[in-house]
Design a protein around this ligand. Sequence first.
Ligand SMILES: [Zn+2]
Length: 369
Amino acid sequence: MAISFSLKARDGLARRGLLVTPHGEVETPAFMPVGTLGTVKGLLPSQVWQAGAGIVLGNTYHLHLRPGDDRVARLGGLHRFMNWPGAILTDSGGYQVFSLAETRSITDKGVVFRSHVDGRMIDLTPEKAIAIQENLGSDIAMVLDECPPAGCSPVDLERAVARTVAWAARCRNAGTRADQSQFAIVQGGLDIGMRRQCAADLVAMNFPGYALGGFSVGEKPEAMAEALPACAAALPENKPRYLMGVGRPEDILMAIAAGIDMFDCVLPTRNGRNAQAFTRQGELRLRNAAFRDDPAPLDSDCDCPACVGFSRAYLHHLFACREMLGPILLSAHNIRFYQRMVAGARDAIATGSFVAWSRDWLVGPTRSL
Ligand SMILES: [Zn+2]
């Protein structure tokens, strides 16, 4: 089966929906923890599941290099390999090629780059990006796109958009798995006209879902906030909308208000490994000596393993001694924090109170709604 998507409630531009995948149902707005190398760093799949996540993200670029997508396929596919019971979305590898790989050349055919692992040259074409993702067996595959850097020239932006549309068509033609659905990616930077044209060209190809790429790549958060409602409105009502790589809690709430359904970001786990915990009052830095004698839980609102049973003083101690339980507990907390946030958003949309709820939900210094 392929995916299906249905809207359950609307509140202004915000949407609550249900995404049905071959590996279970996912309520939207949804946050997808990032499992770059087939693991959400530091957490057991059961911990990610219990935090409320029904879908995680895997990285095509990384899994192609190690352990190799053909090996994953021989071992039963990515779900079985990483023992994840829920749905998986894989990216196309394009973003990592543009951000990680050293030597690369981009032509209309595809991208050639040097592996950051062993230095070999690798070809990534739209057809190969889909073949790799079919080997991985993800429920949702992303098309290969060209993500232009923020502030690039209009000529470069236009070329990247044209290439993105052409590559999307080649990905659509290359797909062979009935149990994998492809999402197209809209590029166009902060040029709303170009975004609309790109979206129209991709919508004409009738993809099962659409993503907005090229945000959170160095532009100001206010610029993204300004562009998102028009970008979301250029996408079909009845298909899921995914904002790639965003972001901070306040960015996600802003994007939900603009009509986005799906999110992914490395922040909860990356910051957790670095002793930073998300709370409604803002981020806590657990290495700070102020927590040395603090008997309070990390976040008294939270029901995660870190907040039930451990004190801030203990978490501070773990990081001070570089104990591995520290990054594990804070990653678990941060993943749960993001899941509680999108669950709260879903409830608020259902009762028509999203704007008031989101204004109240983040009360700390990080809010910028
Ligand atoms: Zn917690």
